[in-house]
Design a protein around this ligand. Structure first.
Ligand code: ATP
Ligand code: MG
Length: 602
């Protein structure tokens, strides 16, 4: 392609709307254009990048035996009501664009496709002989994100590859899941990304059923915890670790003390001159289920530790049926206004004990009459601990489970792992933290959707069983931007060769010079003919402008038909290393062709 004929507009200044380097660079270099919040036009250069990413994705998916299809973006509400997700997606999370069509029917734009694909499976899969089956698509997804930002990183319209597999049992699902783990590893490696596969939260299902593929970068919205020995990496939402040892308590008799103005752990530690690890703190939450029933939850956890609300939400989802619900709609620390809805008297906030009486809860059908009491394992072994007394301005010290308070029946890991903790697999390894951009997510869904939608198959023994499912997503447009976030310098983008829009750019320093132009034209033709995707900068611009633009747009190999032509050579510069060498005209095509092949072979 000739630059003189392209829509080629670059900006010298950073656009005000962009915060992170990759977003600024993609705008400046003319790859994308913002149309509305979280909505971007993919201009021709970016479209080539996206096409290359998609090609790698397709090759890796097809190699596993998965089949490509294209599912509708317009989805009827009924399917989402059947799966029980309509309210969560339109109201609670509100992430789905939903509207009413001219037939007065509710419809939505697909944020994801479990409902659609499960409906197809329900209709078309009859027998175990048809299994396993894996369908995928590459398509625009719509999500009304609360905070669209960072350009393509979090858009409201973006391109995703999503795949769904169907199995007769868990073993078959696990085999495909392992294939996907390898396929995803290949996709990201081939795209030139530096990434880590991390254990991810898999909602209430739990287990080791989910991995995220993270590109480590400061701009990442996720936090990854890992160990240096490479044995452990997990999203902070899911991460586990060993907490530091608790300090021995300095209180050996149980008594209530006046502790005025000590509603926080810090103020209490200062007042009593004790360690936060000697304290049992009791945190109050309010969960609301999809049947609009609320439950007040009291979590007892060590004073120096924090509650991981994702783990808490998963636990509460697992207990939903105890309260007649199926999913969690809302989980909050109830504020004064929320407390007024159910509290019979003012709560001793900041001084709550594990045995806070149930009669604080007014008898109302919408609120469960008893606190749900959960203890994190960190409090179980504590001796002579400090905790609230249910009376403002007073704490109990020297308390013990069994004597002073009853240990809650349910002990569940609800603790947030943090950097500096010791690793469970090897306590000599310390947990470290890094920011990550989630590029892909693979997930063992089990029978969640097949049961909700009644998708079954007939087994070899003639039984009707629900299908086991897996789902696998990769953000194609997010991947493209993450590649930039990981690879740029002060002069612009440095594309990995495999996904660069073009491999090479031939620059004519002065188009008025016939010799320069002729040599460039010939190279341009020959390179393209040899399969090296090449741009020709034949614009009537100063050489300096052309060099700057070539660097900004990040083309891996730049060839300049300049001064060295006199000695039958051209100047070739590699964008990544900045190295320049003069190469004999006759050899250039072969050399660059070889470089491209080396960098793009799977
Ligand atoms: P996130 O936690 O970042 O919101 P998610 O868990 O909602 O992502 P999935 O539903 O697993 O994402 O989607 C699969 C992939 O699609 C993600 O790994 C990510 O690469 C991409 N993706 C998700 N949301 C967006 C978005 N708003 N903009 C661009 N890409 C996205
Ligand atoms: Mg995710």
């Amino acid at each position: 392609m000739r630059l003189s004929q392209m829509l080629f507009v670059t900006l010298r200044e950073d656009p005000a709307e962009a915060e992170i380097p990759s977003h600024k660079l993609l705008l400046r270099a003319g790859y994308i254009r913002r149309i509305a919040s979280g909505v971007y036009a993919y201009l021709p250069l970016l479209w080539r990048v996206l096409t290359k990413v998609s090609k790698i994705v397709r090759e890796e998916m097809d190699a596993t035996g998965a089949q490509e299809c294209l599912l509708p973006q317009l989805q009827p509400a009924e399917l989402w009501k059947e799966s029980g997700r309509w309210d969560t997606y339109t109201k609670a999370e509100g992430i789905m664009f939903a509207f009413i069509d001219r037939r007065e029917q509710q419809v939505a734009l697909g944020p994801t496709h479990e409902e659609v694909i499960t409906t197809i499976a329900r209709d078309m899969i009859r027998s175990y002989r048809q299994l396993p089956l894996h369908l995928y698509q590459i398509q625009t997804k719509f999500r009304d994100e609360i905070r669209p930002r960072f350009g393509l990183m979090r858009g409201r319209e973006f391109i995703m590859k999503d795949g769904y597999s169907f199995h007769p049992d868990h073993a078959s699902l696990k085999a495909t899941y392992d294939d996907m783990y390898r396929a995803y590893t290949n996709m990201l490696r081939r795209s030139g990304l530096d990434f880590r596969a991390v254990e991810a939260d898999s909602g209430a299902i739990g287990g080791s059923g989910s991995h995220e593929f993270m590109v480590l970068a400061e701009a990442g919205e996720d936090e990854v915890l890992y160990t240096d020995d490479g044995q452990y990496a997990a999203n902070v939402e899911k991460a586990v670790s060993l907490p530091p040892e608790a300090e021995p308590s300095r209180f050996d008799t149980c008594k209530q003390l006046d502790t005025p103005n000590t509603p926080t752990i810090q103020s209490l530690c200062d007042f009593l001159d004790c360690s936060p690890s000697q304290i049992v703190k009791n945190v109050l939450y309010q969960v609301t289920y999809d049947n609009e029933r609320s439950v007040l939850v009291l979590v007892s956890i060590r004073g120096d530790q924090d509650v991981n609300e994702v783990k808490l939400q998963n636990q509460l989802t697992r207990q939903a049926s105890d309260y007649g619900g199926s999913t969690v709609i809302d989980l909050t620390v109830p504020d004064a206004e929320a407390q007024q809805q159910w509290a019979t008297k003012p709560l001793p906030l900041g001084y709550i004990a594990p045995d806070l009486a149930d009669d604080y809860i007014a008898p109302k059908s919408a609120v469960a009459p008893k606190f749900l009491r959960l203890a994190d394992p960190t409090v179980v072994e504590l001796k002579n601990f400090v905790t609230g007394s249910n009376q403002s301005g007073h704490h109990v010290v020297g308390a013990n489970w069994g004597d002073t308070f009853r240990l809650p029946e349910q002990v569940v890991d609800l603790r947030k792992a943090i950097a500096g903790d010791r690793a469970q697999h090897d306590p000599s390894q310390l947990i470290r933290s890094a920011r990550g951009i989630e590029i892909g997510h693979i997930f063992q869904l089990g029978t969640k959707y097949s049961q909700a939608l009644g998708a079954t198959y007939t087994s070899e023994q003639g039984e009707d069983n629900p299908l086991f499912m897996g789902c696998y997503g990769v953000g194609v447009s997010r991947l493209a931007q993450a590649a930039v976030e990981q690879s740029y310098d002060k002069n612009g983008i440095i594309w990995p060769v495999a996904i660069a829009p073009y491999h090479a750019i031939v620059v004519i320093p002065n188009i008025g010079d016939a010799q320069q132009t002729e040599a460039a034209e010939t190279l341009y033709q020959e390179l393209n003919a040899a399969g090296v995707e090449t741009l020709l900068d034949d614009r009537d611009e100063r050489a300096g402008v052309k060099f700057k633009d070539a660097e900004l747009i990040g083309i891996p190999f730049r060839i300049v038909t300049g001064r060295s032509l006199k000695s039958g050579k051209v100047e070739v510069t590699q964008r990544a290393s900045g190295e320049t060498e003069d190469i004999v005209l006759e050899d250039v095509v072969e050399v660059i062709k070889r470089w491209v092949l080396e960098a793009t072979s799977p």
